[in-house]
Design a protein around this ligand. Structure first.
Ligand code: PLP
Ligand code: TYF
Length: 394
């Protein structure tokens, strides 16, 4: 049986991690996988997470199974963080999932269960796991233009033109904030246009929000998601706590589905719980419990939000520093887009050959599509990267 297996396509981002590890050069710079790093290159456990975990070790008196949907208190706390006043009371189904990826997988399975013929639209480019999972599930796909190679901003006209082709019942994956891999994002007015367009056509938005708090702040980053929810009758949202709580390996996500009416809530919730059962039974609990403790305790929550804000501002500072270093070197604002982008990533717009030259000649590792993780930089490495970008002729 196993002899029938053929090699699977590797994840290019994860393959880059391995290549970086094997590079013996001491000055190498890792701008690959999307993990936050502080100025010393560490991915710290956040203070509030440590405090909640300590408390949990002391106070938790059972590790018996939760429920197929996870702890309802987690769904309440996280859906409130993401959706705020736009949370549709009495119409929101939610299940805990193993990470944001688990939420995406379960959300796609929910769509397929409901309407196997629905097309899934994805931005070009998008996070590679989107097309990989959609393709594995055998769902029909379509893509919409997103990135303008010249301006390194959003190709909004192209996006609107392409999305005009959605059919009623199609699902459209949207990055709620901090687009991965480009870093280019819509303005709120542009989001309004997209939300209205999808509402007009009867398409179902599928919002993937994995970086709330990494762009313009916790509230600002959730605005697009909230606006979309207020514009359409039904929507799906996959939220991840990996980045904004720094609990990557705890696998903490939430799948939410806004039912078109209260009458559809029970069957939607039941389908989502059933899909959890069929894939893994009970979702992981540790990260979800820690998140719940933080969000429901004023002191822990304030400390978490403050530390997250430091992280966000640190990345913004690095963006400014890199854009300035490049302006000094090229004598124009050609790289100003780096300061305008938001989130962990920016697509530099370098060719694969230029990306390879930066790796070979300068030990700078970025993903082959020239996505760089801003958090991989610090004050010492910004000028090194700027030199490498100029030397490669980007
Ligand atoms: N969606 C996007 C666009 C991402 O970049 C990520 C990665 O962090 C995720 C979802 C979910 O990540 P995780 O499964 O680690 O929560
Ligand atoms: O895009 C990234 O780098 C992060 C982390 O299969 C990641 O989202 C990368 C690849 C992957 C899972 C997570």
């Amino acid at each position: 049986m196993l002899t029938a297996l053929t090699p699977q396509a590797p994840d290019k981002i994860l393959a880059l991690m391995a290549a970086f590890r094997e590079d013996p050069r001491p000055g190498k710079i890792d701008l690959g996988v999307g993990v936050y790093k502080d100025a010393s290159g560490l991915t710290p456990v956040m203070r509030a997470v440590k405090a909640a975990e300590r408390q949990l070790v002391e106070e938790q008196d059972t590790k018996a199974y939760t429920g197929l949907a996870g702890d309802p208190a987690y769904a309440d706390a996280l859906s409130d963080l993401v959706l705020g006043d736009a949370r549709p009371e009495g119409r929101l189904a939610a299940v805990a999932t193993p990470g944001g990826t688990g939420a995406i997988r379960q959300g796609l399975e929910l769509i397929r269960l409901a309407t196997p013929e629905a097309r899934v639209w994805m931005s070009n480019p998008t996070w590679p796991n989107h097309p990989a999972i959609v393709g594995y599930l055998g769902m029909p796909t379509a893509s919409y233009r997103y990135f303008d190679d010249d301006t390194r901003g959003v190709d909004f006209d192209g996006m609107v033109e392409d999305l005009a082709g959605v059919a009623a019942g199609d699902a459209v994956i949207l990055h709620g904030c901090c687009h991965n891999p480009t870093g280019a994002n819509l303005t709120l007015d542009q989001w309004r246009t997209i939300a209205d367009l999808l509402a007009d056509r009867g398409a179902v938005p599928f919002v993937d929000i994995a970086y709330q708090g990494f762009g313009d702040g916790l509230e600002a980053d959730a605005e697009a998601t909230r606006l979309i929810l207020q514009s359409v009758p039904e929507a799906i949202i996959a939220a991840s706590c990996s980045k904004n709580f720094g609990i990557y390996r705890e696998r903490t996500g939430l799948l939410m589905a806004m039912a078109p009416s209260a009458d559809h809530l029970k069957v939607t919730q039941g389908a989502m719980a059933s899909l959890n059962r069929l894939n893994f039974s009970f979702p992981p609990d540790h990260g979800a419990r820690v998140v719940t403790m933080i969000l429901t305790d004023d002191t822990l929550r304030a400390d978490w939000a403050a530390e997250l804000e430091e992280v966000r501002l640190g990345m913004l500072g690095l963006r400014e520093a890199l854009a300035t270093a490049l302006r000094d070197r090229v004598g124009s604002d050609r790289f100003g887009f780096l300061a305008a982008h938001r989130g962990m990533f920016s697509r530099l717009g370098a060719t694969p050959e230029q990306v390879e030259a930066m790796r070979r000649d300068h030990g700078v590792y970025m993903v082959g599509d020239s996505r760089l993780n801003i958090a991989g930089l610090n004050a010492q490495t910004v000028p090194i990267l700027a030199d490498a970008i100029v030397a490669a002729g980007v």
